[in-house]
Structures are given as structure tokens and as C-alpha cells.
Design a protein around this ligand. Structure first.
Ligand code: SF4
Length: 379
């Protein structure tokens, strides 16, 4: 088992504080009568929290009366195969330099991943920001540079600001293949899932820096579930678990901010203004394993049409069925554990992923695989 709470100078990884928090969580679970057979189930929406929970062995040191469910907050994991196929088609156009974050390279499409397309000769380059892609466009005026924009509200502002910069500078050979998605309809889709078992949410820290706390209020008022916006250190997660259990214990349902040192209650108005200027809501957007979710994606506004790769290239977005036996959808909604998927650890491994949850380190299946969750009850 991974050693919990890494020792060191980081005060958010202090072992003694962690032990005290774990004891207090145990007391709360006892008060609530939670057991392994009847656990309190908390969903971490963000893949970053899934990674923290596994890397620091939190689920292994917490009482059996607490169960983590791993939600759909890893943007790489929820990319549908048809959109990866679109990326490959654009990238294989000989006029194009296709740019992407590295973690999208290995996501399987129906025929190949971007990594395989690159091996087959497509000009695909990894970048660290959309501004890197814009710089490539400046330096290669005879090529079409396409940036693969993906992620929740965390990454949307930098993409939007890059499009605004491209417009200001009159750069004509830059475009964006927009696959940005929004968190709130996603949470609503989880809450509306038949058999939904979530007792409370560990809310995403980075997304909340942009959107603030207000958009989550419906979760408490309409669905009677608490949410605590949470940081990414192990003590952040433990404190949020205690805050959620405390709400349940006191019979209150609120949206709270554990990550106040970073997340302003009202979010980031400048970032939201850039998002609003460049993007508009799509009526629906397809998610890998979850089907179509209304108003969950954004597209580029008409004003910026010349920077829209979807309009500049023939993008088909074919509907592609998930591979036989793949349980990604169930894992994403917390109704299936990774080890319950018949492909887990056999046909589907991080080296040879069948589903996208095995690709990114923030994907639940990859985290289970990497940190020893190959058996029932490991997390
Ligand atoms: S093991 Fe692979 S196919 Fe099964 S749910 Fe996980 S990622 Fe999807």
C-alpha cells in the first residue's frame, strides 16, 4: 500500500495532522453508523483529486465506512472517440501542424491515437500552452497551425485569450479545434443518473478558481447534496471529507470552500469575461461513455469563425460505439468500480488502453492500476 501523507516540509502533507484528521473522520463515520456494507459515498469530481487520493494512499487509511467514487472530471478521459478521429483527420492534412497537450496523445480513437498518427508521419507537436501554438503559427506562415483545445473552465480562459490575441495580431493561419467542456451540466448529469449513490461532492479546486462557488448552489438546493470545493494536497482532501461528514451529521446541506486560500468565492471575473467573449454554449456535446449531455460543451462564436478549425476543416465527429465490455460510463458515474470492468488489467492497461480512463494519470482506471488497486476493496 502507498504510504499515506508524504513526510516533508510541505505543511499540507504533515503526518501528525493527517492522523488527527483521520481519527476525527472515523468518529464522524461512527456517529453516522457508516459501515463497509453501508458506507458514506463521496464523489471527487476532479481527476486531480483522484490522483491525490491514490498517490497518498488515502482510501487505504480511512475507515471502511467511507467510499470514494471517482467522477467525470478528467477532461482527457471523457473525450469521445469520434473527436479523436477528427483530430487525427485534421492532423493528417499535409498543410497542418497539429498541436496538443501531451496527455491527449495516447487517447485511443477508433483507428488510431494521435501518437500513432504522429508515428505514421502526421506533423503533430506537443505544446504546453495555446500561446506556444500561436507562436508556431507566427513562425510558420505557410502552414495551418491547429490547437487542440480541451479541458473544463480551468483551461478555457487561456484558450480564449489566445484566440483574442490571434485576432488582435491578425494571425491568419491559426485555428482552434474546440473540445472545451463545462463542469456544471456534468455534475447535473451525474445527479440525474439512475441509481445515483453520491452522498456529497469533493468539488474541483482549479475549475472553481474561475467559476467561483455560486454555480454549485443548485446541488444543495435542488438535489439536497453538499459540496466542498477542495485543494489538491492530502490534508486538503481529508479536511474536506470531514467537512462533508460534518454537514451530513448536522443535517445541513451547503456549498463550502475548503480551498479559500486559492479560490475566491466569486471566481475570476476577467477569466469569465474572456470565456464569454470567445465561446458560446453548444446545445449538446457527446461524452465518452456518458452519451450526449445538454449544454455541456462550448463552441467558438461566429465572430471568431476564422479561428474555428471545425469550420476550416472537414470535421465529421462520427458517433463511435465504445469497445465491447468497456465500462467507462459506469466508472465515470460512480456506479462501477474499475476492477469490475472485465477488461481491467487484462485487455486494458496503461501501456495498451482500451478506454480513456486508463490513459491519463487522473483517470480512475489508470490510478487504480498504478497504485495497486488491482483487487476488490483496494479503494
Ligand atoms: S478498464 Fe479500460 S475499458 Fe474498462 S472502464 Fe477502465 S478504461 Fe474503460
Amino acid at each position: 500500500m502507498t504510504a499515506p501523507l508524504t513526510a516533508g516540509a510541505n505543511p499540507f502533507q504533515d503526518r501528525e495532522t493527517g492522523r488527527r484528521l483521520i481519527a476525527r473522520i472515523g468518529e464522524k463515520l461512527d456517529r453516522l453508523g457508516a459501515t463497509e456494507r453501508k458506507p458514506v459515498r463521496l464523489m471527487e469530481i476532479c481527476g486531480g483529486h483522484t490522483h491525490t487520493i491514490f498517490r497518498h494512499g488515502l482510501s487505504g487509511v480511512l475507515p471502511a465506512g467511507l467510499e470514494f467514487l471517482h467522477g467525470p472530471g478528467c477532461p482527457v478521459c471523457v473525450l469521445p472517440m469520434g473527436r479523436i478521429d477528427d483530430c487525427v483527420a485534421i492532423a493528417e492534412d499535409p498543410r497542418v501542424i497539429f498541436t496538443t497537450f501531451g496527455d491527449a496523445m495516447r487517447v485511443p480513437g477508433s483507428k488510431k491515437s494521435l501518437m500513432q498518427a504522429k508515428a505514421d508521419g502526421a506533423d503533430i507537436r506537443m505544446v504546453y500552452s495555446p500561446l506556444d501554438a500561436l507562436e508556431l503559427a507566427r513562425r510558420n506562415p505557410d502552414r495551418e497551425v491547429v490547437f487542440f483545445g480541451l479541458g473544463f473552465e480551468t483551461t478555457m480562459p487561456s484558450t480564449a485569450l489566445t484566440v483574442l490575441k490571434a485576432e488582435r495580431e491578425g494571425i491568419a493561419n491559426f485555428s482552434l479545434f474546440c473540445n472545451h467542456i463545462t463542469i456544471i451540466p456534468t455534475i447535473r448529469a451525474v445527479l440525474d443518473t439512475p441509481g445515483m449513490m453520491v452522498d456529497g461532492f469533493i468539488g474541483p479546486g482549479h475549475v472553481s478558481m474561475v467559476i467561483g462557488l455560486k454555480p454549485y448552489r443548485f446541488i444543495a438546493s435542488q438535489y439536497d447534496r453538499p459540496l466542498v470545493v477542495t485543494g489538491f494536497e492530502p490534508l486538503d482532501v481529508l479536511q474536506s471529507v470531514w467537512m462533508l461528514l460534518d454537514q451530513i451529521d448536522r443535517g445541513v446541506v451547503e456549498i463550502q470552500n475548503q480551498y479559500a486560500r486559492v479560490v475566491p468565492e466569486e471566481g475570476n471575473p476577467q477569466a469569465n469575461a474572456a470565456i464569454d467573449a470567445v465561446f458560446e454554449t453548444r446545445p449538446f456535446f457527446e461524452w465518452r461513455g456518458l452519451g450526449s449531455i445538454d449544454e455541456s460543451g462550448v463552441a467558438i462564436r461566429e465572430r471568431f469563425a476564422r479561428f474555428d478549425a471545425e469550420r476550416r476543416f472537414a470535421v465529421r465527429s462520427p458517433a463511435v460505439a465504445e469497445p465491447d465490455s468497456c465500462q467507462c460510463g459506469g466508472v465515470l458515474t460512480g456506479t462501477v468500480k474499475p476492477w469490475q470492468c472485465p477488461l481491467f488489467g487484462g485487455a486494458c492497461t496503461p501501456e495498451s488502453p482500451v478506454g480513456a480512463l486508463m490513459v491519463s494519470s487522473e483517470g480512475a482506471c489508470a490510478a487504480y492500476h498504478q497504485y495497486g488497486g488491482l483487487r476488490k476493496g483496494a479503494a
